[in-house]
Design a protein around this ligand. Structure first.
Ligand SMILES: [Zn+2]
Ligand SMILES: [Zn+2]
Length: 314
């Protein structure tokens, strides 16, 4: 039997990404092996879902462009990506406008069919007018009704049409930088107008990663004692968190690099990952820690004094 992902998921080939995902979730829940479902069927569903995601994404690959055109009918919006998505590229879902449809409530007439009515001011409620030739014609404003609805349609807010949105999967290239502009061209399967996306870094990642002069850098918070004593610290990299060793007496103004572990270039090679340090001083120390710190301060101050007097004494 031919593999038909649409049939397996029970959806039409016109289904959008949200429908595909909904159908998969629903069926996956029902046929999950952990819930006593059929394992072969579950795997087939999973394969169907992945296959459809891939197919949708393939036909809408986003390309980096210099900037949107100065004129023309297009949409400019933001696309929030994680630092890993920026680096490696991949499939992400975006919300795009759909073709607008005639409002089902007012049938495009822009007014609420059940709204309040008032006498037509043009024909004064007669529904008819006399034109210059003396002929009686239906009033063009109230269309011969003599009265008019005054409330705008509450569904389309008086626009007569509904603007729909839908979710589609797109493929973003690897090696993106913040503020890069990507183009998703209008297409029958995609949005009705060209969409330009300006790339932004996901809020969560802004805590750990920064882009400095276009280079990917990771921030490491270093407690003050490690500056003196050295030790192991955790670093966020594109491959996950890892440990590096800081030598005793470390200068926190130093920038370290992990060679070829940074952002991707368009040709697939990689830049170095920069590591910046930020020294921090904990605000709420325990009484025990404070006590020891005071003792330490006394020792250090005494040593400085001794040092100073021995230097003065020659
Ligand atoms: Zn309407
Ligand atoms: Zn009228």
């Amino acid at each position: 039997m031919k593999f038909d992902p649409y049939k397996l998921l029970g959806i039409s080939p016109q289904a959008d990404m949200a429908e595909i995902r909904r159908a998969f979730r629903e069926k996956a829940r029902r046929y999950h092996p952990d819930m006593g479902g059929d394992k072969a069927l579950f795997l087939a569903l999973k394969r169907s879902y992945e296959e459809l995601c891939n197919r949708r994404a393939q036909r809408s690959s986003l390309k980096v462009v210099k900037e949107p055109p100065r004129t023309g009918n297009y949409l400019l919006t933001f696309l929030d990506l994680s630092v890993r998505e920026l680096a490696f590229g991949g499939v992400v879902s975006v919300i795009v406008p759909d073709k607008s449809v005639v409002c089902p409530r007012c049938q495009g007439r822009k007014v609420d069919p059940q709204g309040r009515q008032s006498i037509c001011t043009l024909c004064k409620g007669k529904g008819v007018l006399e034109n210059r030739q003396g002929e009686v014609i239906p009033c063009p404003r109230c269309e011969g009704q003599g009265k008019m609805v005054v409330d705008p349609c509450p569904i389309c807010r008086g626009r007569g049409r509904l603007e729909r949105e839908r979710e589609i999967e797109v493929r973003v290239p690897q090696g993106l930088k913040p503020n890069d502009i990507l183009l998703l061209p209008a297409s029958p399967e995609g949005p009705p107008v060209d969409i330009y996306f300006e790339i932004q870094v996901h809020g969560h990642d802004r805590d750990n990663f920064i882009f400095k002069e276009g280079k990917l850098a990771t921030k490491v918070r270093l407690p003050f004692w490690k500056v003196i004593l050295g030790g192991k610290v955790q670093v966020s990299t594109l491959e996950g968190r890892e440990e590096i060793e800081i030598p005793p007496g470390f200068d926190p103004a130093t920038t370290l690099t992990l060679p070829k572990r940074g952002a991707f270039r368009a040709d697939g090679t990689r830049e170095d990952l920069l590591i910046y340090f930020e020294v921090y001083f904990p605000k709420n120390l325990s009484p025990k820690a404070l006590e020891l710190l005071e003792k330490l301060a006394q020792i250090l101050e005494q040593e400085e004094k001794d040092d100073g007097s021995s230097q003065n004494g020659g």
